[in-house]
Design a protein around this ligand. Structure first.
Ligand code: ARG
Length: 591
């Protein structure tokens, strides 16, 4: 389907030609068009232009106005206001015709793809093997998934990488423990081997805790565990086979959580830290050969002038430890080589906790010095803030432990089901359960996506499932209400656009807002900012509510008016549905 030129772009073009018709030096000047409260749009660019041309701004503005074509095709009216602004009113016909063109493209609603799409490798949803997923992993998964949807929608080639923590020192300890207590993992599984995600996690958790205790208290076990790390990195077959058990058990758990999150994670995209093992030695050799890394007290280190410890000494990025083991940094540097040279990424995006910002700063800088990140490759950490409890402190259980992601989702689903049940009119128990899940999971995702990622946010379930305010439930109800109106349309009356009809103020506001959908999606994708889309959708639902309050739909005065308002309802529903899908949130037909 052809993309639709937005009204604001058309107005922008009209003003640009009026400007160049006015004076040659005005050609190419930005009219600085904005949505406005006084008119539909306001153009402020003439002020700067007048200053440059040493002209009187109001006179120049009047001159420009005389060159603007008005009528009912696009600009109905344009007038000079204030010190030399232009106030622009769009013709009703143009608003309806624009929406009709979008309506004819149900998949994309006329949203164009980006002019020069590239390849982005996005690193997100990266839990750690043998560890419980926590709210931080939730953020990475939720934000990452939305950014994937947004980027793909704009035509970007997206390669997903789930950089799970499946390698490193802690595995020495786990493997050693399981080797010394060989039945600790398998005897808990049921006979046919099929266990739930929850069981898998509780097996792993118990094993992790016991092994950890031993590791912290028993020096000899510690030494044996450390030797295991080296065996693991050397690819010792027996060691690897035990390691694989941990990975497999963990994946059962991960997939159960991602499924609960209603999120598609593909096994092939799970390339954890272990996936770069074969590259680590070479990465270190290259860094040393290039002089980017140097040996310091036996370890291979990269130094930075501006990364200092409390004692004022430089704190290095350690690529290889003095015992020969490789760490988190060596893996990330190898992953960069893979993503740039093999996956041909021109953008590397990391959806990772803000507390890892220094790590990424050092890793990116190292890769730049090594020539792996050229000027044509962008590397960005989409850093997210901490999830806080109601008390404003990092989210913990009463006992001070990290909250299990699964418990948290289950609680959200319970609360949401209660809300759905209370409002439900004609829903069966089964439907209540299904909607409760969609509303609960949506609430958690939306709360995460509706504030800008780098900010901390309070995890407050009461607020999240509230029907009033900026919540997904509010948006889901708005959608369901529209769908219900559409179902109630009289026999034979289909939603259809009637550009000849004059529009009510509330209809105009709704229509002009929908015209901005494409621009919002483009901004949100370019800036990796799902919260901009969330804010847009919330405003859309609010504008719809005021339209619905002021303009009778099924009882409108003429059949054409009914059809046109049903059309406005329908395109609002489609925009909400599309937008929510880009946030990874379902819009049930009935609530
Ligand atoms: N597994 C890590 C954690 O739980 C996040 C991995 C982030 N990605 C990366 N390439 N370092 O904190």
């Amino acid at each position: 389907m052809a993309s639709v030129t937005s009204l604001s772009d058309s107005v922008q073009q009209h003003l640009a030609s009026a400007l160049s018709a006015t004076r040659p030096e005005a050609a190419g000047a930005d009219p600085l068009l904005r949505r406005s409260d006084r008119a539909d749009y306001q153009a402020n660019g003439i002020l700067a232009l007048a200053k440059k041309a040493k002209a009187n701004p109001r006179e120049l503005a009047a001159e420009v106005v005389s060159h603007v074509v008005t009528g009912d095709e696009l600009i109905k009216d344009v007038e000079v206001s204030g010190p030399g602004f232009l106030n622009i009113t769009i013709a009703d016909r143009a608003i309806t015709a624009n929406l009709a063109a979008r309506y004819a493209d149900p998949e994309r609603l006329g949203v164009p793809v980006a002019a020069n799409p590239g390849t982005t490798v996005i690193d997100y949803a990266q839990p750690n093997v043998a560890k419980e997923m926590h709210v931080g992993h939730l953020r990475s998964a939720v934000i990452g998934d939305s950014v994937v949807q947004l980027l793909e929608f704009t035509g970007e080639t997206v390669v997903r990488r789930h950089h799970i923590g499946d390698w490193g020192t802690q595995f020495g300890m786990l493997i050693q423990y399981l080797d010394e207590h060989p039945h600790e993992l398998d005897h808990k599984s049921s006979e046919d081997g099929a266990i739930s995600g929850e069981e898998a996690m509780s097996n792993l958790d118990r094993l992790y805790k016991t092994a950890r205790k031993l590791f912290d208290s028993d020096e000899e076990f510690k030494t044996r565990s450390r030797r295991r790390v080296v065996d693991l990195q050397a690819g010792d077959a027996h060691t690897l086979s035990i390691w694989q058990k941990f990975v497999d058990e963990s994946k059962i758990y991960f997939f159960s959580v991602f499924e609960k999150l209603d999120m598609e994670i593909r096994d092939a995209d799970i390339v954890g830290e272990s996936g770069y093992n074969d590259m680590l030695a070479e990465t270190c050799r290259l860094l040393e050969d290039k002089g980017v890394a140097v040996r310091s007290e036996g370890a291979l280190c990269v130094f930075f002038e501006d990364v200092l410890g409390p004692d004022g000494k430089q704190v290095p990025l350690i690529v290889q430890k003095s015992d020969g083991g490789y760490g988190y940094a060596a893996t990330d540097l190898s992953a960069i080589r893979d993503r740039v040279f093999h996956l041909k990424a021109d953008t590397l995006l990391y959806v990772v906790d803000a507390r890892q910002a220094l790590h990424f700063k050092m890793v990116f800088e190292t890769a730049r010095r090594a020539g792996w990140l050229g000027e044509d490759v962008k590397a960005v950490q989409l850093a997210f803030g901490t999830v806080l409890g109601k008390d404003g402190k990092p989210f913990k259980t009463r006992e001070g432990e990290t909250v299990k992601l699964v418990d948290l989702l289950d609680e959200a689903i319970d609360r949401a089901s209660a809300v759905v049940r209370e409002k439900a009119q004609d829903l069966s128990e089964e439907e209540i359960a299904e909607r409760g899940t969609q509303v609960g999971v949506g609430a958690v995702k939306y709360a995460d996506l509706s504030t800008s990622a780098n900010r901390d946010y309070k995890f407050d379930l009461d607020q999240m499932v509230s029907l009033n305010g900026d919540t997904s439930v509010y948006l889901q109800y708005a959608y369901a209400r529209i769908r219900s109106i559409l179902r109630k349309a009289p026999e034979g009356v289909r939603p259809s656009a009637h550009p000849e009809l004059a529009l009510h103020e509330a209809e105009r506001a709704l229509g002009l807002h929908m015209d901005a959908f494409a621009e919002t999606v483009a901004d949100a994708a370019r800036e990796y900012a799902p919260h901009k889309l969330a804010a847009y959708l919330y405003q859309l639902a609010s504008l719809y509510t005021s339209f619905y309050d002021k303009c009778p739909v099924l009882k409108a005065e003429s059949p054409d008016q009914v059809a046109n308002r049903l059309f406005l309802c329908d395109i609002t529903a489609r925009t909400l549905h599309r937008g929510m899908a880009l946030l990874g949130i379902r819009t049930p037909e009935r609530l």
